[in-house]
Ligand binder design. Structure first.
Ligand SMILES: [Zn+2]
Length: 100
């Protein structure tokens, strides 16, 4: 199945914009990747591996969907847990990258 880039209007339901409902884990995974990947030994820096590590990490972390602009009182997921998942995902991708 070909996945195309979504357009904004595909997320409008009954006139309400659902683009503002975001998985807050995504940004935390990006932050962890920005810190971890440059210091891991086997990171080749390519787009495919970077995207695969991101997707694999998110697959292993339960999403937390919130309305943009809302206030999160308590982090239910520790940074350490996210870093651990990113590290494991990176190792897995380095072992069998989706390119030669
Ligand atoms: Zn690569």
């Amino acid at each position: 199945m070909y996945v195309k880039k979504p357009t904004e209007d595909e997320y409008i339901v009954n006139g309400h914009d659902l683009n503002d409902i975001r998985n807050i884990i995504e940004r935390r995974v990006c932050k962890a990747m920005q810190e971890i990947l440059p210091v891991t030994l086997n990171y080749d820096g390519c787009k495919i591996c970077t995207q695969d590590i991101y997707a694999l990490s998110l697959k292993h972390l339960r999403p937390i969907y919130v309305q943009v602009g809302s206030i999160i009182l308590q982090k239910t997921l520790k940074d350490e847990e996210i870093y651990e998942v990113v590290k494991e995902s990176a190792e897995q991708v380095y072992k069998s990258p989706n390119h030669t």
